[in-house]
Design a protein around this ligand. Structure first.
Ligand SMILES: N[C@@H](CCC[C@H](N)C(=O)O)C(=O)O
Length: 263
């Protein structure tokens, strides 16, 4: 099997992306493992197929390194940039993903702004919040996010009895001011900390907004760079018109040939 792939990153959350508008690529868990492994393969936090879909500019199919098929916020932003690199140029994009339909646009500075699904509530746990922004997130406010052992603490929460089966992405959030936060995320499916998680950043921003009210734009710092989340707050913990905004960049493209027995 021989195909061209593109490597993209959105604030350090990196993806192997494949133009599958002809529908010829069928991903197996072996192939996903090879594409995402950093030492034995190409290396990425996930794999994304850009597919053709009637009535949409494209559809997006995201896979974690363990083969699970979910939504991905930074992946969604990178897919919009990928579409523009492939010549699909729109002022307003409309695409479909596993969590529903999305709109997006590209700003003059190259940032990709992605409309996320509405959030219709969040659940308070003992010292954290549970919220779904396309995938499930656990959000905990902390004072020392830069010094935290995100791998060990995130892994322990993700594998605790409440989450072991479905999994959860674990976000640690420090408020730097009323409208600035720093977020670090342990991602299920990657089973490690990533440099940035778009749906996690969105979840964290809404939890901060939920607690403090007043702002409809939160600036977010991650290990991989800066993003912003905008939203309209409807009532106590419901949000509409949620936009995840940040850079998305093509790193390189290449062609690989994989022996059939390795797929
Ligand atoms: N990096 C992503 C989230 C990818 C999915 C996640 N690992 C899950 O399985 O829920 C993002 O940018 O949102």
């Amino acid at each position: 099997m021989k195909f061209t792939f593109y490597k993209f990153q959105g604030t350090g959350n990196d993806f192997v992306m494949i133009d599958n508008r002809n529908g010829e690529i069928k991903l197996t868990n072996n192939l996903i493992r090879f594409l995402t492994e950093r030492k034995f393969g190409i290396g990425a936090d996930g794999v994304i197929l850009l597919n053709a879909k009637e009535g949409y500019d494209f559809s997006m199919d995201y896979f974690n390194p363990d083969g699970s098929n979910t939504f991905c916020g930074n992946g969604g932003r990178c897919t919009v940039k990928f579409a523009s690199v492939l010549g699909i140029r729109k002022e307003n994009y409309k695409f479909s993903a596993v969590d529903g339909d999305h709109e997006a646009n590209i700003s003059d500075n190259g940032w990709v702004n992605l409309k996320m699904k509405d959030v219709d509530g969040m659940k308070k746990l003992f010292d954290a919040w549970l919220i779904n922004t396309g995938v499930p997130h656990y959000v905990k406010l902390v004072d020392d996010v830069k010094d935290l052992d995100v791998y060990d603490e995130g892994k322990a929460i993700r594998n605790s009895p409440d989450f072991i089966t479905e999994g959860v992405n674990v976000n640690f959030v420090e408020k730097e001011s009323d409208s600035d936060i720093y977020v670090r995320t342990y991602e299920r499916g990657v089973e490690d900390e990533t440099l940035s998680c778009g749906t996690g950043i969105t979840a964290a921003a809404l939890v901060v907004a939920h607690n403090d009210r007043g702002y409809n734009r939160v600036e977010v710092e991650t290990k991989g760079g800066h993003l912003a989340v905008e939203y309209d707050k409807i009532g106590e913990d419901k949000f509409e018109n949620i936009w995840l905004c940040g850079p998305a960049t093509l790193v390189y493209s290449g062609t690989i040939e994989i022996p059939e027995e390795d797929i």
